[in-house]
Design a protein around this ligand. Structure first.
Ligand SMILES: *Cc1c(COP(=O)(O)O)cnc(C)c1O
Length: 370
């Protein structure tokens, strides 16, 4: 039996094998491996793609989030202990960035059919100490940015978008990473735009934020050996930047292929025990993940495994139940989020799936015994 891979990263990167070889040769010949022309070129291409003023390459997505918060601290906008609203259900990196910056995490429940932060709890929160909202465009779908933007402006709150799963997602023609005061991207290999190692970027329209992030990520130095902040070492390296430029050139086509698969899943998966995600306007959701909910999730996963279909769980344990966040959050519960974590399953949705494989996934799911 042929196995349907969840995400065949080697095969995906191999589509551009020759360009990778060429990029490697160029970077090695040039002999500048950190903060050189390939990084500058990628930053400009990514700014153009997102339609924002500044992109700053950094080491990874967690650092992208963290460095923005640190920049806002040095700017004087944030003080230790200020509050940051985050989704209760997200990858743990979102929470870690806030924790590591010495800020207070205020979790908010999601909507069940979009998995994104819910609007109504925002309007009933005590905002006295809230300085930042950190929406995550989870699974590739835009958080409700029109509302969040208006609400944030009214309340003097800054927006930091976690766009690590949403390269190219947009609403009203504005892309993830261009709505907020800043956006944080990850180019971890498994993301829609992925490097062949760790990489990340900050996007922003604010020159001041861009400059501070760049300085903080480079040991706090603007000028070599002159350090104005006790900074970090978190830089995008030349080789990853050169590879990312190659991957960026096919991102939109890949996102389009993912969307076509999602349309087939949405129209053809039909099972009384399986709840599908809601659809969205063409081109808005980049379907980083195709999540379904099933009360008998573990049996469904086993059924698919036996049918040769690999699936993953994003994520099995919510951040507040992780040991890393105990005891601060022990005894607290966000019931919708807890439910999502126990019922969610991610189906394969990568751009190399063949029509036959998609058909196998659909018919296997529809045949799940009940
Ligand atoms: C992947 C991811 C991150 C972290 O990115 P890294 O590059 O792995 O540090 C942050 N937030 C979300 C939602 C992610 O999916």
């Amino acid at each position: 039996m042929d196995i349907i891979n969840y995400l065949p990263l080697g095969a995906l990167r191999n589509r551009q094998a020759e360009r990778y070889q060429q990029a490697l040769r160029q970077v090695v010949e040039k002999g500048q491996f950190v903060l050189g022309s390939a990084v500058t070129a990628f930053e400009q291409e990514f700014s153009r793609f997102i339609n924002t003023k500044h992109t700053v390459g950094v080491g990874n997505g967690l650092d992208a989030l963290r460095l923005v918060l640190e920049a806002w601290k040095w700017e004087g906008f944030l003080q230790p202990g200020d509050e940051v609203i985050v989704p209760a259900n997200t990858y743990i990196a979102t929470w870690l960035a806030v924790e590591q910056a010495g800020l207070k995490i205020i979790p908010v429940e999601p909507e069940l059919d979009t998995f994104n932060i819910s609007i109504s709890p925002l309007t009933s929160l005590d905002l006295t100490k809230v300085k930042v909202v950190l929406p995550v465009h989870l699974y590739g779908r835009m958080a409700p940015m029109k509302f969040i933007q208006q609400w944030a402006i009214q309340n003097g709150i800054r927006i930091l978008e976690d766009a690590a799963q949403a390269h190219g997602a947009r609403v009203d023609g504005i892309k993830a990473g261009a709505w907020g005061d800043a956006g944080a991207f990850s180019f971890y290999p498994g993301k829609n735009l992925g490097a062949i190692g760790d990489a990340g970027a900050v996007t922003t329209a604010h020159a001041d934020t861009a400059k501070r992030v760049r300085i903080l990520g480079n040991y706090g130095s603007e000028k070599k050996y002159h350090n104005i902040y006790p900074g970090f070492n978190s830089r995008l390296d030349e080789l990853q930047a050169a590879f990312l430029s190659i991957e960026l050139s096919q991102l939109e086509e890949d996102n389009h292929l993912r969307e076509k698969i999602a349309e087939l899943y949405l129209t053809q998966i039909n099972h009384p025990e399986i709840k599908l995600p809601s659809s969205s306007k063409t081109g808005e959701n980049v379907w980083h993940i195709f999540p379904v909910l099933c009360k008998r999730r573990n049996q469904l996963q086993e059924w698919l495994t036996q049918g040769g279909i690999q699936t993953l769980i994003h994520y099995p344990i919510p951040p507040y139940q992780q040991l890393a966040f105990r005891p601060a959050f022990s005894g607290k519960d966000w019931p919708l989020t807890t439910r999502i974590h126990s019922e969610i399953l991610s189906l394969p949705i990568h751009p190399l799936l063949t029509p036959e494989e998609i058909e196998i996934v659909i018919s296997r799911i529809n045949a799940f015994p009940y």
